[in-house]
Design a protein around this ligand. Structure first.
Ligand SMILES: Nc1ncnc2c1ncn2[C@@H]1O[C@H](COP(=O)(O)OP(=O)(O)OP(=O)(O)O)[C@@H](O)[C@H]1O
Length: 617
């Protein structure tokens, strides 16, 4: 059983609001995408930035007061007590206000971050809801999880902190510099010139090997994640085969490699970084400004009172450079998250016409009209020129060797993908012309892995038709041979799947999935090796449940064990993406072709294994 958790934001569904928010145009670039994802938060981000700017302005006041007092003292006088008290009081209030405003600005940006997350997740989930279902059936489903969860969280710095931090980092040196230029442009120019030279000299050293090191760092991170996933997902196999040391070895090597790369990077950048930090530290700045002031005063280029603002303000001016460089590191990581979101959003939707109609009601046939399909433009076709009609209410079994195309055939029916050529028609309508909602409501699928949401059994069964009554639900559960087992659970139908009381075996979950398909009451049914993993006890119950489910529906069954489908109305034998034989079990045995060969081989195997050969249909 696969448990799909369903948190408040975890349900994959497209709301009208999400559609409206996401907009139709694809993002042109990362900047556009960032603006689109943060759109509902723009107002708050601007407010946060304005508060940060105000914080800088307020934070500047105490310096102005200190400069005024120092200059007055140098001139041999002093403000009267009242004025002095007022100035000092204003300094204290402004210093406190500055910190408060910055804090409030950061808080506002965190609120913006919450809005951004909701919007980004709506956009992603809306996008997912329109992607081909086939996209989710392989490794890409973990990409979906990464985008919705990790990448959105990873962008926290870019929304929750960067706007206020960057405004602060830029204005903290700019405001005093503007003031200093007004005081004495020559000293100011010297100050700025020094900073430019220091940054220009140290930057190339700091950025040396940056791109190759960051590639190595990313690759080491990916390898570490892969080894963790391998160890966690394959833990049963790994332990059963006593190879936990080997699997642990890959993890240890990956962890060591990441540590080595991190150390190398730190070692290479530590020197230039420390040099830059020392060159622009407050102590160094004070010493250099003191020296320059002495030179200027001794040469008569200005008086000492003019130098006072430089001595008071100059030491802190470069602090913005360090703040910007720290912020940039976080922003680079956020950019990687944004790039991954962009990749996911770049996956094409299944086209759906604005005037797409619903499929007709009643018993429906399924027609493959010269259908060919390939998973990508450079892979060989998984289906070639399939031309077949499945009559309403009949059971068709797909058999054939591994990789012959059975799953691909079955999954084109609920439109997991569109054919490359030809058409799949249900009730005479090309699926590309039909609304995706009606296709999914008319074609129910029971997979070998039953997807269960982390909600009550009741909600799991009613998932396909939430309006179904409890009586209908119980009837479906009884037909699916699972009612009695559910009633044994302490909370019955209210038991939450995955909770301590709600753990179901694979076979039991399979029967809940069958009850769900019964509730859906779709005229078309796809059974994807539905008994593949059932134990003997469950298999009988599942077969009985499936017998109730297929009755009267146009059914396609993928079967590996031929003895489960001997009563199918028609058996299609597939090989290399083509239908190579078709007929009933008896007809195919008489024809003595591939099916007969497969049958004989399986019978010999079943006798050997003592298998009793139960019918699925
Ligand atoms: N998601 C995918 N991406 C790329 N190729 C795929 C994908 N799924 C299947 N294929 C390829 O398409 C071909 C048909 O595969 P398909 O799964 O339909 O066969 P199958 O008969 O169901 O096999 P099995 O019995 O082993 O499940 C194979 O060559 C397979 O490697």
């Amino acid at each position: 059983m696969k448990l799909v958790s369903e948190g408040a934001e975890g349900r994959i569904e497209a709301t009208g609001e999400a559609k409206a928010r996401s907009g139709a145009a694809p993002a042109k670039g990362l900047k556009d995408l960032y603006l689109r994802l943060t759109r509902p938060a723009h107002g708050l981000i601007v407010q946060g930035m304005a508060l940060s700017a105000l914080s800088v302005a307020f934070g500047f006041v105490p310096y102005l007061v200190a400069i005024a007092i120092a200059q007055k003292a140098l001139a041999g006088s002093m403000f009267d007590a009242q004025a002095l008290a007022l100035m000092v009081g204003a300094s204290v209030v402004c210093a406190v206000a500055s910190r408060l405003l910055f804090g409030i600005g950061t808080g506002v940006c965190h609120r913006a971050d919450a809005d951004f997350r909701v919007n980004a997740r709506h956009i992603l989930l809306d996008h997912f809801s329109r992607l081909p279902l086939g996209w989710f059936s392989d490794r890409t489903s973990s990409e979906a999880k990464q985008a919705v969860s990790d990448d959105v969280l990873g962008m926290h710095q870019s929304v929750g902190h960067a706007p206020t931090d960057l405004v602060n980092a830029v204005l903290t040196p700019l405001v005093p510099l503007a003031y200093l230029f007004a005081v004495d442009w020559r000293l100011s120019l010297l100050l700025v010139g020094y900073l430019v030279v220091v940054v220009a000299v140290s930057m190339p050293f700091m950025m040396r090997d940056y791109s190759s090191l960051s590639k190595q760092y990313n690759a080491a991170n990916v390898e570490l994640s892969a080894s963790v996933v391998e160890m966690v997902e394959g833990i049963e196999v790994v332990k059963a085969f006593g190879s936990s040391k080997r699997a642990g070895g890959r993890f240890r090597a990956a962890a060591q490699n990441l540590a080595d790369v991190t150390y190398t990077w730190t070692k290479l950048s530590a020197g230039p970084f420390s040099l830059l930090a020392a060159s622009i530290s407050p102590g160094m700045m004070l010493a250099l400004i003191g020296l320059a002031s002495c030179l200027f005063v001794m040469n008569g280029w200005c008086d000492f009172a003019t130098c006072v603002p430089f001595l008071v303000l100059g030491a802190n001016i470069p602090s913005g450079i360090m703040a910007v460089s720290a912020s940039m590191g976080f922003l680079r990581l956020a950019k990687q998250n944004l790039e991954h979101i962009a990749e996911v959003l770049a996956v094409d939707h299944l086209p759906e016409k604005g005037d797409a109609e619903d499929l007709p009601s009643g018993g429906l046939d399924v027609v493959f009209d010269r259908v060919s399909f390939a998973y990508s433009s450079d892979s060989s076709p998984a289906l070639c020129d399939i031309d077949v009609r499945l009559a309403p209410g009949t059971v068709t079994a797909l058999v054939g060797g591994s990789g012959s195309g059975k799953t691909t055939f079955a999954r084109l029916i609920p439109r997991f993908w569109d054919p490359v050529s030809g058409a799949v028609r249900i009730g005479g309508k090309d699926l590309r012309e039909a609304s995706s909602e009606s296709v999914l409501s008319k074609a129910a699928v029971v997979f070998q892995e039953s997807m269960m949401l982390g909600v009550s059994i009741r909600d799991n069964i009613k998932l396909a038709r939430p309006a179904a009554s409890d009586a209908e639900m119980v009837e479906a559960a009884k037909a699916a041979q699972i009612h009695e087992r559910i009633m044994e659970l302490p909370l019955g139908y209210d038991t939450v799947i995955g909770s301590s009381d709600g753990s179901l075996s694979g076979g039991e979950a399979q029967r809940v999935a069958i009850a769900r398909a019964l509730i859906q009451d779709a005229p078309i049914l796809v059974l994807d090796e539905a008994t593949a993993h059932a134990d003997p006890e469950n298999e009988t119950a599942i077969q009985e449940a499936l017998g109730n489910l297929v009755r009267g529906r146009t059914t396609v069954v993928i079967a590996h064990r031929l003895n489960t489908v001997i009563h199918a109305d028609r058996i299609l034998v597939m090989e290399s993406g083509r239908i190579v034989e078709e007929g009933t079990h008896e007809q195919l045995l008489e024809a003595r072709g591939r099916y007969a060969g497969l049958w004989e081989a399986q019978q010999a195997g079943a006798c050997f294994a003592g298998h009793d050969g139960k019918d699925l249909v």
